[in-house]
Write a protein of this length. Structure first.
Length: 180
């Protein structure tokens, strides 16, 4: 039996449309990421040069290895930029379409909000909101199933971390009512 006969294909009814307009190309994404990493490499190189990237009587200083790692990172960035510059006449492929970006943002934005809300609401309440929100708005599941699942998950996390393992986790006003 060949691999093609054993392959299971599942159609996603909510998949992005194939005719969605492109947001950016692979070349643009490569150049932007290379420039951001190059700036990060420059910052690391400067900081490790400032810390000390040479040798002293006891061996390498604290910034020796990180400095040279940042130099390697910068070299890789220059390589990527040169590659894109030399291939600028080639046809550009689509990196992401508007529909694909919308689906990515459906996950990214709530996850980012979760990180911020966790500082004020604590891990367990923020997790409850994240899971319930994903299940209702992205998964389109029934609200009662989403709330029940999110509550049970948060409860199991609370029991596991706070009671069983006694691990200190970020707590908000609700968790502090339990005296932990």
């Amino acid at each position: 039996m060949s691999d093609a006969e054993r392959e299971i294909v599942v159609e996603d009814p909510a998949a992005p449309a194939g005719d969605s307009p492109p947001v950016t190309t692979n070349r643009t994404a490569d150049v932007v990421v290379s420039l951001l990493l190059l700036a990060f490499a420059a910052l690391l190189a400067y900081d490790n040069w400032r810390t000390g990237m040479g040798w002293d009587s006891t061996g390498p200083q604290a910034g020796y290895f990180p400095f040279y790692l940042s130099v390697i990172l910068a070299g890789a960035c220059f390589w990527g930029l040169a590659k894109e510059f030399l291939a600028r006449k080639a046809a550009a492929e689509t990196f992401v379409t508007r529909a694909q970006l919308r689906r990515v943002l459906q996950v990214f934005v709530p996850t980012l909000l979760f990180c911020f809300l966790m500082q004020w609401l604590g891990l367990y309440v923020a997790s409850f909101l994240l899971i319930a929100g994903f299940m209702v708005f992205v998964g389109r599941l029934a609200v009662w199933k989403s709330l029940l699942t999110a509550f049970l998950f948060s409860l199991v996390m609370f029991v596991t971390f706070e009671i069983a393992f006694d691990v200190i986790m970020p707590k908000g006003p609700i968790e502090s009512l339990f005296g932990r």
